[in-house]
Design a protein around this ligand. Structure first.
Ligand SMILES: Nc1ncnc2c1ncn2[C@@H]1O[C@H](COP(=O)(O)OP(=O)(O)O)[C@@H](O)[C@H]1O
Ligand SMILES: [Mg+2]
Length: 274
């Protein structure tokens, strides 16, 4: 019997919920491409209503971890559990339910260039729900307004700035009101103002909608402003070396993690091998 992950926003705020059952449990996860191990023995929970930041040197496996969390890459070892459901052993129905419960913005924030911004945001509704055209448009306009792109429904993606495209990709990730949102470097390459805007949006999603957010980020400002916990993947030892509130890790974490949280400096995988 399956007990599918419940895609609702009915998570309680941290302050009033003494016991928080994890939304996701990662157990003994080893990730590899062929015989090349990227990270091993990752075990951590994703708690409802938290912003969990993923950090670590370039090439250490952050994007790869996101792919494992959303069903795109099968673990070499270990499990990813949503509730009691193993993501990689779910039958098609359970898997579809799971996939509908999260929104994803990939690192490139890619939009379909042949479609307008509005059509991009409506796409998940068209593919995954039976919403009628009117509801889809209403919902897409609402999501675009939420990310500060109210006027861009009919725009071609190519006419938007990089920051606007990222926000449009986030609006698309939000299309189905996912209780769980995965963002891969949402503010990388954005100007500080747009980046601060994005931080506010993410905070609003967590605090007002109870959305759980897993976010790859190097931006110290975002991490300290937003992240309830930081998971640090070490490129050298190829495993996680820290998990906890960023401020606590800045004063008490491993040396590399402290250095990153003070100065933003992380060794990348290539330097780590040298
Ligand atoms: N499709 C692939 N095939 C083989 N190796 C890959 C593939 N994608 C990524 N890698 C390797 O896996 C490691 C982790 O990549 P990635 O998860 O993108 O790192 P990060 O997001 O932390 O910068 C890198 O060394 C990268 O070269
Ligand atoms: Mg990456």
């Amino acid at each position: 019997m399956h007990e599918p992950f419940n895609p609702s926003h009915a998570t309680q705020p941290a302050a009033t919920a003494p016991v928080r059952e994890p939304l996701v449990r990662v157990q003994g996860l080893t990730m590899a491409f062929g015989s090349a191990v990227i990270q091993r023995d990752l075990s951590f929970d994703i708690l409802p209503g938290e912003v969990l930041a993923l950090a670590g040197g370039s090439g250490c496996g952050k994007s790869t971890l996101l792919r494992h969390l959303i069903g795109l890459q099968t673990p070499a070892k270990g499990r990813v559990l949503y509730g009691t459901q193993d993501l990689y052993e779910a039958d098609d129905d359970a898997r579809t339910t799971l996939l509908q419960s999260f929104g994803v913005m990939f690192q490139a924030g890619a939009l379909w260039s042949s479609m307008t911004v509005g059509e991009n945001v409506m796409l998940p509704m068209q593919v995954l729900t039976d919403m009628d055209a009117g509801s889809r448009e209403r919902e897409a306009r609402f999501k675009l307004a939420l990310v500060g792109l109210a006027g861009s429904f009919d725009a071609e993606p190519a006419t938007l700035s990089g920051g606007m495209r990222k926000r449009a990709a986030i609006a698309r990730a939000l299309a189905l009101d996912p209780p769980l949102l995965f963002l891969d470097e949402p503010s990388a390459g954005l100007d500080p103002l747009t980046s601060a805007h994005l931080d506010e949006l993410i905070m609003h999603l967590r605090d007002d909608l109870g959305t759980t957010v897993v976010m790859v980020s190097h931006e110290l400002e975002s991490i300290f402003a937003l992240a309830d916990r930081l998971l640090f993947l070490d490129a050298r030892s190829k495993t996680m070396t820290a998990l906890g509130p960023p401020k606590a890790l800045r004063s008490n974490g491993p040396e590399d993690v402290q250095r990153f949280l003070r100065r933003g400096a992380v060794p990348n995988a290539k330097e780590a091998h040298a």
